[in-house]
Design a protein around this ligand. Structure first.
Ligand SMILES: [Zn+2]
Length: 57
């Protein structure tokens, strides 16, 4: 796996870093990316997103 060319995407809405700036977050030892549009969801409805985060690979 080449990290240099890997395109990251928001784990929630799947927008890629080419469409929107992404923010790196870590949960349960796994790094994930989230876009600013999904950040409020993470803040206010973290339980909804936790499940998704746990399934992110
Ligand atoms: Zn998103």
């Amino acid at each position: 796996m080449n990290k240099e060319t890997e395109t990251h995407k928001c784990f929630n809405c799947e927008k890629t870093e080419k469409e929107i700036p992404l923010v790196l977050l870590a949960y349960s030892g796994n790094p994930s990316w989230i876009c600013p549009q999904c950040l409020p969801v993470l803040i206010h409805h973290i339980d909804q997103l936790k499940e998704k985060l746990e399934n992110v690979k």
